[in-house]
Each structure stands twice: as structure tokens, then as C-alpha cells.
Design a binder for this molecule. Structure first.
Ligand code: FAD
Length: 419
């Protein structure tokens, strides 16, 4: 039984992956107060990963993206205010203000506002055929431009750009990826993995150009007709999609004088500098016990874990957020799963041959496994998650030797003390 007064009201701002999970987790954890979930998109909460995969490819419809059917929210007595935009938080009066003038008081407030695509500040980038990819509406706009034979320039060789490129080239578009860094996926993988993905895309017909400086877009009749690089190269195009990162939606928090940095600062229980206001998901910057430092993470598993932590906090069951970061990306026939953070490592060990399209990259730091990228190795990925969580010490030769099962590394003697 919860000791939360049943008349208490929790308002959740942002009806995405995290907000939806907070709402239903509250009920699962015994919360008896009012739960109000407010979102500014005209949809029930939906999953974003398929937006750059099956939905973009036309293999999934919008209904299949819904995280839960409407009946689940009704059964859980979650009051949905959709679409409605929250424009202000008045902490003195404990209430939020909606764009249409309505107000809603709260006892506890959860900010689950996600983020928005980082805009490209270049001459010509304001044309209607320069698009971004975050929402269902964004993908519907992209799909209208994705005619076979059309030329597509993707700005940014991160996950979203590469997933988009993979779908587009399969649909018969002529795709160019422009990446300013010397390699694709530079922020999240080792050079070996970047080289593998660049090669796969090139073999599929994508023109992957790394280390390029995009200078401007030329327009014709109000639409971008070419991307122009600093060296003068002009790449003719019919449509441009920009995938250069996310800006967390922190404005509500900042305007309410909450502590904000790269995201809304929360403690290990999800509480902001005002204990009645919590934050969760892509917009939140939280201490990560496994990592030993703060992290703002953009992934579904992170949003889900943080949401459950926040729901527990609101139910008076304080439990520190401990999850090890993990993520996945689907491109072509390749399922990439990544656990840990491939930063600060001193050795990369490959297990399996990339040319077989099934292999892992292990990231070691002082002999301990700190991250693993697995390509088409779902079974080994499950073991890898434990190796990373426990920072197991492992010999590089043993990791690389495919005759030895990975489970053999999970011996108590091989455990390093978690830092
Ligand atoms: P969101 O899902 O963005 O939800 C936030 C919601 O709050 C939005 O609907 C927003 O409109 C709303 N909102 C914001 N401000 C207000 C306001 N003032 N009033 C009312 N509502 C507001 N992750 C993975 O782990 N694997 C993947 O393969 C993967 N692929 C992805 C592909 C794409 C194309 C995208 C865009 C993301 C992908 N992600 C993936 C990331 C993942 O979807 C996000 O990490 C996750 O959605 C974060 O959930 P969230 O609830 O924090 O934010």
C-alpha cells in the first residue's frame, strides 16, 4: 500500500517514452493519487526508434508505434491532456500553465520533455526541403520526398543519419551522407566499427563523405537544389535531412530557475534542485553510479529505467539509478547493440570477422571490459552486458578466441571491483 495521499496530483509534462512509462509505473508501484500526462504532439505516446527504420521504410504504420493503447491509460486512470503544450511552471503556486491559458496545479511535477533536433545554421538551410527527423510528423514529411530516383543529402553520419541512409538507398534514392568528422559514428564507436559501417553503406550504394565542411545550400525556386562544400564541390539534391544531434528541452526548467546544464540536473532519484520537481529521459542529466559521473543519455532503455526510478521516488521508495547505458541501431541486415560507453578505453579487441557481418568489438581499459559493440550477435550481447556491468577483467586473446565461449569470462575470479 502506498502512503501517498490519494488526493495528491502528479503532473507529467511530455508524453513520450519516458513520460508514458512514469505514468503507468506509478500505478504499478501503488500510487493512488491523480496522474495527469500532458503532451504537445497530437498522438498517444509512441516509440521513436521505428521512425528511422520500419516506419520510414513503410513497413510499420503509426498505430503499431504506440507504446500502449488508449485503454491502458484509461485502466490506469492516467488523465491524458493531448495535444496541449505547457509554457510555464510557477513553483510558488505549484502549477503549470498551458499555451491555451489553462492551468493545472501539482503536488509533484515530472519534466519528461525530451529534446529537439539541433538546427543547421548555414545559408540556405531554411528551405522547406531541409528536414529533420524526430517526430512522426517529421517522418511523414520526409516520406513525401522519398521518391525512387530522387537525390537525398543526409547531413550527419550518426545513427539517425545512417539509419535514414540505409532505408533511403533501399527505396531507390541516390543518397549522399556528409559527415564533418573524419569518420562516421565518431562519438560512439571505435575506428574499426566506423570503418565497417562506412564500408557497408558504400557497398549498398551510399556516397559516404567524411571530413567534409558543408558551407551552404544553393536554392532554386525556394528549394535547396545543391549542397556546397568548402572545397567548392556541389552535390545536387532534391531533399536534405539534417541529423546532427539533439538539444534537450530544458527551457521550462531553466525559466523556473531549476539547475540546468547539459540537460536538467537531477540527483540519483530523479529529483531536480526542487524536490517536488523531477526530470527524466533525454532531457535529464543524472549521476550514473556505474559510470561514476553524470550522464545525459538519449536512448529508450535509459528513458525506461529512469522513469521507473522516478516512479519509485514518487511512491516514497528511494532507489538510486544504477543502469549501465545501452543502445541499439538497425541498418540493413545489421543489428548493432552497444553497452557501456566507448570512451577512455586503451584497447579494442575484435571477436569475429567484420566481413562475416557478425562480430563484436570489446573496449578495454586497464584490462577491464568497459564497453562492447555487438553486430548481429544478440546472444553474445547478453553476456557482454554482464561483462560490462561487472567490469570484468579479461585477456584480449581469450576475448578474440571464438572457440572459447564468452560465458567463460564470467568467473568470479575475473571480476574487477566495480569503480
Ligand atoms: P521523447 O520521446 O522525445 O518525448 C518527449 C515528449 O515531450 C515529446 O512528445 C515532446 O513533444 C513533448 N514535450 C516537450 N516539451 C513539451 C511541453 N512544453 N509541453 C508538452 N509536451 C512537451 N533509442 C534507442 O534506444 N534505440 C534506437 O534505435 C533509437 N532510435 C531512434 C530513432 C529516432 C529517429 C529518434 C528520434 C530517436 C531514437 N532513439 C533510439 C532515442 C529514443 O527514441 C529517445 O531516447 C526516447 O524517445 C527518449 O524519450 P523521452 O520521453 O525522454 O523523449
Amino acid at each position: 500500500m502506498s502512503d501517498i495521499p490519494s488526493q495528491q496530483t502528479t503532473v507529467i509534462v511530455g508524453a513520450g517514452q519516458a513520460g508514458s512509462e512514469v505514468a503507468t509505473s506509478l500505478r504499478q508501484q501503488g500510487y493512488t493519487g491523480r496522474v495527469v500526462l500532458i503532451g504537445d504532439e497530437p498522438h498517444l505516446p509512441y516509440r521513436r526508434p521505428p521512425l528511422s527504420k520500419a516506419y520510414l521504410a513503410g513497413e510499420a504504420d503509426a498505430t503499431s508505434l504506440l507504446i500502449k493503447p488508449r485503454a491502458t491509460y484509461e485502466k490506469a486512470k492516467v488523465e491524458l491532456l493531448i495535444p496541449a503544450q505547457v509554457v510555464g511552471v510557477n513553483r510558488d503556486a505549484s502549477r503549470i500553465e498551458l499555451a491555451d491559458g489553462r492551468v493545472q496545479t501539482y503536488d509533484k511535477l515530472v519534466l519528461a520533455t525530451g529534446g529537439r533536433p539541433r538546427p543547421l545554421q548555414l545559408p540556405g538551410a531554411d528551405a522547406p526541403n531541409v528536414l529533420t527527423l524526430r517526430t512522426l510528423a517529421d517522418v511523414d514529411a520526409i516520406r513525401r520526398e522519398m521518391q525512387p530516383g530522387h537525390r537525398l543529402v543526409v547531413v550527419g553520419g550518426g545513427y539517425i543519419g545512417l539509419e535514414l541512409a540505409a532505408v533511403a538507398v533501399k527505396l531507390g534514392l541516390k543518397v549522399t551522407v556528409l559527415e564533418s568528422a573524419p569518420r562516421v559514428l565518431v562519438r560512439v564507436t571505435a575506428p574499426e566499427m566506423s570503418a565497417f559501417y562506412a564500408r557497408v553503406h558504400r557497398e549498398a550504394g551510399v556516397n559516404v563523405r567524411t571530413g567534409v565542411a558543408l558551407q551552404r545550400f544553393d536554392q532554386q525556386a525556394g528549394r535547396v537544389s545543391a549542397a556546397v562544400l568548402a572545397d567548392g564541390t556541389r552535390i545536387q539534391t532534391d531533399v536534405v535531412v539534417v541529423g546532427i544531434g539533439l538539444i534537450p528541452n530544458v527551457e521550462l526548467a531553466r525559466n523556473a530557475a531549476l539547475e540546468v546544464g547539459d540537460g536538467i540536473m537531477v540527483d540519483e532519484h530523479g529529483r531536480t534542485s526542487d524536490p517536488d520537481i523531477l526530470a527524466v529521459g533525454d532531457c535529464a542529466n543524472q549521476p550514473n553510479a556505474w559510470l561514476g559521473r553524470r550522464l545525459r543519455m538519449e536512448s529508450v532503455p535509459n528513458a525506461m529505467e529512469q522513469a521507473r526510478t522516478v516512479a519509485a521516488t514518487l511512491c516514497g521508495k528511494l532507489q538510486a539509478f544504477r543502469a549501465v547505458p545501452w543502445f541499439w541501431s538497425d541498418q540493413y541486415d545489421l543489428k548493432l547493440q552497444m553497452v557501456g560507453l566507448s570512451q577512455g578505453y586503451d584497447q579494442v579487441v575484435l571477436r569475429g570477422d567484420p566481413s562475416s557481418r557478425s562480430f563484436c568489438a570489446f573496449y578495454l581499459c586497464d584490462g577491464a571490459v568497459v564497453a562492447v559493440d555487438a553486430v548481429n550477435r544478440a546472444g553474445e550481447f547478453m553476456v557482454a552486458k554482464r561483462l560490462v556491468a561487472e567490469r570484468v577483467r579479461a585477456d584480449a586473446q581469450c576475448i578474440a578466441d571464438e572457440k572459447q565461449p564468452l560465458q567463460a569470462l564470467l568467473t568470479p575470479a575475473s571480476m574487477a571491483t566495480p569503480s
